[in-house]
Design a protein around this ligand. Structure first.
Ligand code: HEC
Length: 216
């Protein structure tokens, strides 16, 4: 048996349900906030939150990629991401041209008479892929003629391994770009073609015009 005194119904020490409710209602009614009334949500907060929701919605609409798993997959590991989608070689090639070739062959592709040969209308750039890929991979030490003009006072530096160390896909892209820029209308040079020629070359110093002119 417990020693706890349980209030007896109707005894003076306990309140009836009705009295309790009444006391509670009074206590609640007395409790006003510091200004004695409820305040409206400050307008500035309303605008701030509306603004944030609007910004968030617009942002997701523009940048969520419609939650397409091919665009964003937070569980993808770097080596499982599909990298087969490549940048347009002409766009990529233009960037590459502007990062290096432009210094000598000029923004116009016209070169500098007597020093840097033109790429615009050049029989080399519009000719055999076998030659131009080699020129870029390993460099060229003239003398050569381009559009009836003589060059060879300075060599063309290697752009591939041993020079600027560009990968085969960069060499393909820059050649593809140059072959359709400056009024040239020759077809693209594929990465596969550059890889194929590169494999045939092995390690090689800068080319002489005689070696190149023997090639098909
Ligand atoms: C440091 C200056 C320099 C840079 C940088 C340079 N070249 Fe050249 N390039 C030359 C010179 C000089 C020659 C001629 C060499 C000779 O006659 O021995 C030449 C020759 C060539 C030729 C063969 C001749 C012709 O006019 O068609 C091609 C093609 C060529 N360069 C493409 C490029 C490309 C593409 C790049 C950028 C990836 C590049 N060059 C970067 C100086 C440069």
């Amino acid at each position: 048996m417990s020693d706890h005194p349980s209030p007896k119904p109707g005894s003076s020490s306990s309140l009836s349900d009705g009295e309790l409710l009444h006391a509670h209602e009074q206590a609640v009614a007395d409790k006003t906030d510091d200004r004695g009334s409820y305040k409206l949500l400050p307008l500035v907060l309303l605008f701030t939150f509306s603004g944030l929701i609007f910004f968030g919605g617009t942002y997701l609409n523009l940048f969520s990629g419609h939650f397409d798993p091919r665009i964003f997959d937070e569980r993808a590991l770097p080596h499982t991401v599909d990298t087969s989608v490549k940048m347009d070689p002409v766009v990529y090639g233009k960037k590459l041209y502007e990062s290096l070739c432009i210094n000598c062959h000029q923004p116009t592709g016209l070169g500098v008479p007597g020093t840097f040969p033109p790429l615009a209308g050049s029989e080399w750039i519009n000719g055999s892929e076998e030659r131009i890929v080699r020129i870029l991979e390993n460099g060229l030490k003239g003398p050569i003629t381009v559009k009836g003009m003589n060059f060879g006072t300075v060599p063309m530096p290697a752009v591939g391994a041993g020079g600027a160390n560009w990968s085969d896909d960069k060499i393909a892209a820059v050649l593809t770009y140059v072959r359709q820029a400056f009024g040239n209308t020759s077809g693209p040079v594929t990465e596969e073609k550059v890889v194929e020629i590169h494999a045939k070359i092995g390690a090689h110093a800068e080319w002489s015009p005689e070696e190149l002119l023997k090639l098909p």
